[in-house]
Structure formats: C-alpha cells, structure tokens
Design a protein around this ligand. Structure first.
Ligand SMILES: [Zn+2]
Length: 433
C-alpha cells in the first residue's frame, strides 16, 4: 500500500525543528518513503489531502497500564494507601480476560483518537493486551510487571516469570516488531533481589528491554535507601545489572544527580508522567535537569486511574509549563524539547525508529486540524501543538503506514461493541459490591 499525504504543513522534528509548508510525505510498506516539497512520482493507492492540517509524528505514550481505563475516577479523593488498598487492588482481583480485553480496547481507542501511535504498557493478563494491541494497529512494548513478596522464589513456577516466558514466546517481534516484549520489575519496593537477577538474565538472553517504576514517591525512595545502605532504587538495581539492557524507568520523581549519571551512562530513559505525579501528590520530576545531565526523557500518561485520561496533549503542555514554573525559568523546557519528549525520545526509549518525519522511520503520523478555534491564529506551529492543542484536534491517525482513525471513525476497533461490552460486562464484574 502506497499512500501520499499532500499539501500539508509537516512538523519534521529533525535537528533544526523544521516545519515544512506545502509538504508531500510518501508512505510505503509501513515506513516513510520520502519527505519533500515536490510531488513524488506515483502512482499511489491513496492520497490524503492535508490542506488546513498539520502533520506530525504520532505520540509515543511511554508508560501506561491500558486496561486500568475501567477505573477512571474510581476512588478519587483518598490518600494513596487507601486508594490502592480499598479501591484499586480489590478491583484488580476481579479481572478476567474478557473484561481486560474490552477495557484495553476502550483505552486504546481513546489513545488512538488523540494521536498515540505507540505505547509502553505494563499490566497483568498481558497476553490479552497483546491481542488487543495487535488488532488495533498501533505499536507497543508490553511488559508484565513482575512482583515478588514471598520468601520462596522458583522461576519455574513463579507466576510472573511464567507469564514473561509465555509472552516472549508468543509475542516478541510480532508482525515485524509491532509488538516487542520488555522484561519488567514492577518496582524495587514490590520485589526482591532473586527476581531482579532472574529477570535481568532473561532479558539479556532474549534481547529484551526492561520496564521499571522508579522513585515515584519520596516514601518509596527513602525506604529503599534504608533497606540498601543508602542506595537509591536506581543505584540498588544497578548493582544487579538491571540497567545493562535498554531500559525505561517510569516516574523518577525523587532521583538524584548521582542517579542521572548512572542513567546517562547506561542509557536508561526516564519516563515523565506529570499529570499522575501531580494528581497523586508524588512531586515534580526534575526532568529539565535530567535532560541536561544527558538522560533521555520521554513522556507517559500512566494509567487512567491516576491521570484521568490518556490525552497526551494534556501531559505535553503540563510537562512544558511545569518545568518552567518549578525552575522559575520560562526557558527551562522549550516547546520543541517537550514535543520531542512525546515523540522521538519515546521512540528511542522503546528501541524503535518512530517520532520523526524522515525517510526510513515508521509511518506513525497524525494530522491535527489547524482550523480549530483553539489553534487559531497560528504564529508558531510547535507552540500551538504544545501549549494550545487538544487530543480532539486530531483528525487522522496512521500507525505503521495504515490509517486506523479518521474524522471520528475507527477502522480497527468496533467502538460501539466495545462500549457495550464495557458497560454490560466489565463494569458489573469489576465494581459489584
Ligand atoms: Zn505506572
């Protein structure tokens, strides 16, 4: 399938932050084939007129828990411990595969409609999430989030080790890399050294990345130091080689300059979740300082249960203005830097060639309606995207070269069926008394 997007303003996100007017972007076999201001030689199977729209790389939502869409707003207004123990954990005990499937679909649809083309997700029943992602057409790095609370650990029988082995066997590399499996440690505070060693060895042996929650709250960060002779979560896991593979560390709110030196050296990406961190009172991750220290910083929404939506435009704006406010410096995080966090930096974090409009990159592209009131007038396209756009301004989502959403219509998800299934099956199952 050869598609031409014509007559469009294209935000390339190259080194020069080029916004190319009158651009033609050709797509073939899931990749961007050419970018320029001259119409490329055809023929094309389909042409999409980009007049009045801006074309940009699709968003990479680099830290999500997609089935948790079911818990939007549930238990809000409680402290973190009560929220988890009285609301979230009891609900999670009730999941079955059918409920995970429709709630994952709902979350994926919300993301697709607001411009996400790639995610890094950590959740249980991951094989079901994998099936839903595969159908949806977006790309994903999927992980199971290993926990270990008991003293006995046998990787042959441990639930999370079995799940990781089966997920890797069934899904790693699916459809030319649409799905990649990452090994995972849910967090330092929810597991122990035996698991870190096994998971790390498994990731090295199978060429997997690593997905870990790091220093989200001060209490978690300080408790780790108390347990491990003053070492932070980044430093503790570093002793076990966890960062020797491509790794993403979600949150990093309380990480230190010493942590950043390790992250920069080992290539550990920090995933910033500003909406979740503020809502749960976790704090403000020092991401402009981390970026200056050489850490690759990408952006995520976290689960809908703690955001409460997956419109990455919201997190993008918040990330940008939060650093300026926290540092009393309007130049602390420039709009183009913030936009790169939501696109190419996420691609790097996930080991993918996505997040730029450049030949050879994955054809993960979205069109944004620049005739919308909130984007009129436009003195600076990138400023408008970062500070003024909403997910509802997205009029087309192309993932891996395939148009999966256009003008409110989903082409890979039966949205009416999904809404019915969530309402009639999942919600009664999860929230019964
Ligand atoms: Zn999380």
């Amino acid at each position: 399938m050869k598609i031409l997007i014509s007559n469009v303003r294209a935000v390339l996100l190259d080194e020069a932050d080029t916004v190319l007017s009158g651009a033609f972007v050709a797509v073939e076999d899931g990749k961007i084939a050419s970018v320029g201001t001259q119409r490329p030689a055809g023929p094309f199977d389909r042409e999409i007129d980009g007049k009045d729209n801006v074309l940009m790389p699709g968003f990479v939502n680099a830290h999500t828990h997609v089935p948790m869409t079911a818990m939007r707003g549930y238990g809000d207004g409680n402290n973190l411990q009560d929220w988890l123990e009285k609301f979230i954990f009891p609900t999670e005990d009730r999941w079955d595969d059918r409920a995970v499937a429709c709630c994952a679909d709902l979350g994926l649809a919300e993301m697709i409609a607001s411009g996400v083309t790639c995610i890094a997700d950590m959740y249980m029943r991951t094989h079901v999430v994998a099936q839903r992602v595969a159908e949806s057409g977006i790309s994903a790095n999927l992980s199971c989030g290993g926990v270990l609370f008991s003293d006995a650990f046998d990787p042959e029988t441990d639930h999370d080790c079995v799940a990781l082995r089966e997920l890797t066997r069934d899904w790693h590399g699916y459809n030319g890399g649409q799905i990649l499996v990452d090994a995972s440690i849910h967090g330092e505070y929810t597991s122990r050294a035996e698991m870190w060693e096994w998971v790390t060895a498994y990731a090295k042996e199978h060429g997997l990345g690593m997905h870990v929650h790091i220093s989200e709250t001060r209490a978690e960060h300080e408790a780790c130091k108390a347990r491990h002779g003053g070492l932070t979560p980044i430093q503790t896991l570093n002793q076990y080689g966890v960062w020797d593979v491509r790794a993403i560390a979600a949150h990093c709110v309380w990480t230190t300059p010493e942590d950043w030196a390790i992250m920069a050296e080992k290539g550990v990406s920090a995933i910033h979740n500003p909406m979740s961190n503020l809502k749960l009172g976790s704090g403000i991750a020092p991401v402009s300082a981390m970026a200056k220290a050489g850490v690759n910083v990408a952006l995520g929404t976290d689960g809908v249960s703690s955001n409460n939506c997956t419109d990455l435009f919201g997190d993008l704006k918040l990330a940008a203005i939060l650093q300026n406010g926290a540092n009393c410096d309007p130049l602390a995080l420039l709009p183009a830097q913030a936009l790169r966090m939501a696109t190419e930096n996420g691609g790097k974090a996930l080991g993918r060639k996505t997040g730029r409009i450049q030949a050879g990159y994955d054809a993960d592209l979205i069109l944004v309606d620049f005739q919308a009131l909130n984007l009129t007038p436009c003195h600076d396209v990138i400023s408008n995207l970062v500070y003024a756009a909403h997910g509802s301004n997205v009029v087309m989502n192309m993932a891996r070269g395939k148009v999966i959403y256009q003008n409110g219509e989903f082409f890979t998800i039966d949205i009416d069926r999904v809404k019915r299934e969530v309402r009639d099956y999942a919600l009664p199952l999860l929230f019964q008394n």
